[in-house]
Design a protein around this ligand. Structure first.
Ligand SMILES: [Zn+2]
Length: 304
């Protein structure tokens, strides 16, 4: 298959296996400091993997990781990748007040900029938790100096999701200002008069679906829709040897499924698709549609 010319955003959410929302009922943040940390070694493997393919990406680093492993942030930056922000404490936004969220993101942004010595422009919410009930978070991102966000997942899901929103990069206009949005990629199709969206952006979906399906879906977004897609994954998704955490069946399925297949599937995608940091992909988008988003986002004027 010929490689499509459109570049996709290559992104990594840099957190450890015990930060994930799936296990938030099993693991208290108070215990994080005592746990075996594996994020440094796993992220270095990703840096080596990217170097082997000559790829540059965007690393959304959790503030907790940056504080614990500042050298890792400098290594990411020194290798030519973009450092972006995944918040400080990985608490989903609806569990925070606006003031707590403001504190979380401003602290993380300042910490990352201090360590990396470069401006941090991008933000991704823990577990994509900017949803219809937390759109106020966009105002705080605008006010905090972020240029873009990549937290909206246009799917129906039990933990997150913003179904029906624009599925491609766009500008969101709020009363407080504008922010670029790079939603997580979906493959959309019509069935019985309705548009269904299947998540194809990576992470658990890269481990759940056959690798060829994700490659097909991202290629289709590039060639048929003439849009960039986004690929995301976490360092712990390349680490089958990570300590096992007790939790519900669904959480364990989502977290541990096919960890030994992630790297091979990533390599398959790197062979056939073009990738770049998210900042670069957004800069190369010729025109980004403007989506007016009020506080009652049921009224988003977008139809796919
Ligand atoms: Zn995360």
């Amino acid at each position: 298959m010929a490689a499509p010319a459109i570049q996709n955003a290559l992104t990594v959410d840099v957190e450890d296996y015990f930060h994930v929302s799936a296990f938030e009922n099993s693991i208290s943040p108070a215990s994080w400091d005592e746990r075996e940390t594996r994020v440094e070694a796993n992220t270095r493997r990703i840096l080596e993997l990217f170097a082997a393919y000559g790829l540059k990406g965007t690393f959304f680093v959790l503030g907790w990781v940056a504080r614990r492993h500042p050298t890792l942030v400098r290594e990411i930056c020194a290798a030519g990748h973009e450092v972006a922000c995944h918040g400080m404490g990985h608490q989903r936004i609806h569990t925070q007040t606006p003031d707590q969220f403001r504190q979380d993101v401003t602290e993380a942004k300042a910490l990352l900029e201090d360590i990396a010595g470069v401006p941090v422009m991008g933000y991704r919410a823990p577990s994509y938790s900017i949803t219809r009930r937390t759109v106020w978070a966009l105002d705080i991102l605008i006010e905090s100096g972020f240029t873009y966000d990549s937290s909206l997942f246009p799917i129906i899901h039990d933990l997150y999701g913003f179904p029906g929103t624009c599925p491609h990069p766009h500008q969101i206009a709020r009363d407080s200002g504008n922010i670029l949005e790079f939603p997580l990629s979906t493959l959309r199709f019509r069935l019985f008069g309705r548009t269904l969206a299947v998540p194809v952006a990576g992470g658990g979906y890269l481990r759940l679906f056959p690798g060829r399906f994700i490659a097909f879906a991202l290629s289709r977004i590039n060639t048929r829709e003439k849009q960039p897609g986004v690929l995301y994954f976490h360092p712990w998704e390349l680490d089958p040897g990570q300590p096992r955490i007790p939790g519900g069946l669904k959480s364990r399925f989502r977290h541990y499924l096919n960890l030994d297949k992630t790297e091979g599937r990533l390599r398959g995608l790197f062979e056939i698709l073009q990738f770049a940091p998210m900042k670069t992909v957004l800069e190369n988008c010729p025109h980004l549609p403007l989506v007016l988003m009020g506080d009652k986002p049921d009224a988003i004027p977008y139809r796919s």
